[in-house]
Design a protein. Structure first.
Length: 87
């Protein structure tokens, strides 16, 4: 099972570190990550393995939002993500 995580907001030191650490605490393994800074805004997309996350997507979402409260964070199960982007 996988989830897609997006994080967007004003750039500041330690965003990737805090999000990655929160994923590790929740037993979500980061499989892929891409990030960029666009005109001072941090933009990141992660794909994580959530098969060992006890609290599910909702718990992971809550944890990440508490770790980076100034950022817009979305966590979406891979199946929902794929369904939304199917033509």
């Amino acid at each position: 099972m996988k989830a897609v995580i997006t994080v967007v907001g004003k750039d500041m030191v330690g965003i990737l570190a805090r999000v990655s650490a929160a994923c590790a605490e929740m037993n979500a393994n980061v499989l892929e990550v891409t990030q960029s800074i666009l005109d001072g805004y941090f933009c990141m997309v992660m794909v994580v393995d959530i098969s060992k996350v006890d609290d599910g997507v909702e718990g992971l979402d809550s944890k990440l939002k508490s770790e980076v409260p100034d950022m817009v964070v979305h966590v979406m199960h891979e199946d929902i993500f794929n369904s939304m982007h199917r033509i």
